[in-house]
Design a protein around this ligand. Structure first.
Ligand code: PLP
Ligand code: COI
Length: 358
């Protein structure tokens, strides 16, 4: 265990004000009082682990992250369990993915146990910020930036790892989301950074997300970069489809999409209920005709922020693929969402050992 210096804020949020903030939660605009921070330099390794008041960073204008974008992040949540304790969900999976992202981006690798410890230390200090309402949680955002003062193009020698936290409610409103199929833009190509959770992937996706909004949709779906034919993933979540034969289909992990921890958990939970999940390429034309013929009965997005969000329709310039009445979540989506959120909220037996009590 690394020893963290704990520097608590002298001006914590007033508990009455905090209760007011927690009563009215959107996604990602309210932050807790503290942050975790650990520094890395090539000569000292990881050092100076601290919990400090949450405050702005001071970065040199020549800091490498501002020029070449060496940045990676994670998304995970702490939940108020049914028994009142606070727990995170599969944090070691986030730690492992963070290390993979670091390797892909040529960044220093943070030991996985130190990642988990940093998150635990922050959640412990800010535990009063973990909300208990339905669909609410404390969203945790571990991230790392390169921070060497140097304009040469090479992997940096200095890094900052930071964890911030924000209490959140649902990412989308209730009901079903609508999804625009991007034909103009792709997200990731083979050999690229699609499987890494790096800021650059999101920067490149924002114009497509803006196009989706312009078309009246909530989210964007990307197709493969080579043929623009196979479903990959959405801007900030993986995607799954339920077929009439009762099977679930989801695009395979081929290096261009994120290895979603929610995706992986749902595959396991579906299998536990005897539902087969096929990880197979999904042709977008076949998906549109299959929605019309009834071969595909439900679609949903899955991710830490999105949890499991039913999709009512996909829209592209030539038409729409509508699931059910386009507004009402289907039974398989609802059942799987309940199974997942019951595990996360400590309302059911944690048979897979996914709950990490803090
Ligand atoms: N795909 C993308 C592009 C994402 O941003 C996310 C969210 O983190 C996911 C998939 C789902 O990953 P996870 O379930 O690990 O949150
Ligand atoms: C997450 O689900 O954690 C993400 O990083 C996606 C983003 C939509 C917040």
């Amino acid at each position: 265990m690394t020893s963290f210096i704990i520097e608590k804020t002298e001006t914590p949020t007033d508990p009455i004000k905090r209760t007011e903030l927690l009563a009215n939660l959107a996604f990602g605009r309210i932050f807790t009082d503290h942050m975790a921070i650990i520094r890395y330099s090539a000569d000292k390794g990881w050092h100076d682990a601290k919990i400090t008041p949450r405050r702005p960073l001071s970065i040199d204008p020549a800091s490498t992250v501002l020029h070449y974008g060496q940045e990676i992040f994670e998304g995970m949540k702490a939940y108020r369990e049914k028994d009142g304790h606070v727990a995170t969900f599969r944090p070691e999976a986030n730690a492992a993915r963070f290390a993979e992202s670091a390797r892909r981006m040529g960044m220093a690798e943070l030991p996985e146990d130190l990642f988990v410890q940093a998150v635990d230390e922050l959640v412990r200090v800010d535990q009063d910020w973990v909300p208990s309402g339905e669909g609410q949680s404390l969203y945790l955002r571990p991230f790392m930036i390169s921070n060497e003062v140097f304009l040469g193009v090479k992997p940096a020698n200095e890094y900052l790892f930071i964890v911030i936290a924000c209490p959140v409610g649902a990412y989308f409103g209730s009901g079903c989301v609508s999804v625009w199929v991007s034909e103009n833009y792709t997200r990731a190509a083979i050999g690229g950074t699609g499987e890494a959770k790096c800021g650059g992937n999101y920067a490149g996706s924002l114009i497509a997300q803006a196009e989706a909004k312009e078309k009246g949709c909530d989210q964007v779906l990307f197709l493969d970069a080579r043929e623009r034919r196979f479903v990959e993933e959405m801007g900030g979540m993986n995607v799954m489809f339920v077929r009439k034969d009762g099977k679930i289909v989801t695009p395979p992990l081929g290096g261009t999409i994120l290895r979603g921890i929610t995706r992986n958990s749902l595959i396991q939970l579906a299998a536990d209920q005897g539902i087969e999940v096929l990880e197979e390429p999904i042709d977008i034309d076949e998906l549109f005709s299959g929605a019309a013929s009834g071969k595909y009965t439900e679609a949903f997005a899955c991710g830490t922020a999105a949890v499991l969000s039913p999709i009512g329709k996909f829209v592209r310039p030539t038409g729409e693929a509508v699931f059910g009445d386009g507004k009402t979540p289907g039974p398989v989506s609802q059942q799987l969402k309940k199974t997942l959120t019951d595990v996360q909220g400590g309302r059911t037996n944690d048979v897979h050992g996914w709950i990490h009590r803090i």
